[in-house]
Design a protein around this ligand. Structure first.
Ligand code: SF4
Ligand code: SF4
Length: 154
């Protein structure tokens, strides 16, 4: 048996889901369509490094880490073979701002992990994301940028 788990964040989405559930009929996909679906699902599962759905139940993080944002950029790097994923990681997570939301901000408190329905080892995965997306040059680079911006503003 297959079950659809559909996250809803507002009333409009709930109404949309109810409408689709009322209109949908079972066994409407052809054998060929089912095979395409299975092949795509297999490909996605194999290439997805961290099974984060982006639900946000782990948020907010007291250290300011955007947990789903970090995982999304990291997954895109592999799933979409997205060469701009690293740049997007730095831009979307405010890497050079005063309060960055990047993975290396994690203080390993563990508060987030008990809330994750996917049982992701968030602390361990964030260490991997930090290592691969930020590398060893991120912190020295940010220190230089901040120093420069401070000097420029005086
Ligand atoms: S373990 Fe890290 S990411 Fe999770 S809540 Fe604590 S500081 Fe935030
Ligand atoms: S709770 Fe888990 S699945 Fe949801 S956004 Fe956080 S890490 Fe991802």
């Amino acid at each position: 048996m297959n079950v659809v788990l559909s996250g809803m964040s507002d009333e409009a989405q709930m109404e949309e889901n109810i409408r689709i559930a009322c209109e949908a009929e079972s066994n409407t996909l052809s054998e060929e369509e089912l095979n395409v679906f299975k092949a795509v699902k297999k490909e996605i599962n194999e290439k997805t490094k961290i099974p984060c759905t982006g639900c946000g139940y782990c948020m907010p993080c007291p250290a300011g880490v955007n947990i789903p944002g970090c995982f999304s950029c990291y997954n895109d790097k592999y799933l979409m073979e997205d060469k701009s994923a690293r740049r997007r990681y730095f831009q979307s997570l405010g890497a050079v701002f005063a309060k960055p939301a990047v993975a290396s901000q994690c203080r390993q408190c563990g508060k987030c992990e008990s809330h994750c329905p996917q049982k992701i080892a968030i602390r361990k995965e964030l260490k991997t994301v930090s290592r691969e997306m930020e590398g060893v040059l991120y912190k020295p680079f940010v220190a230089v940028v901040r120093k420069f911006m401070k000097v420029k503003s005086h």
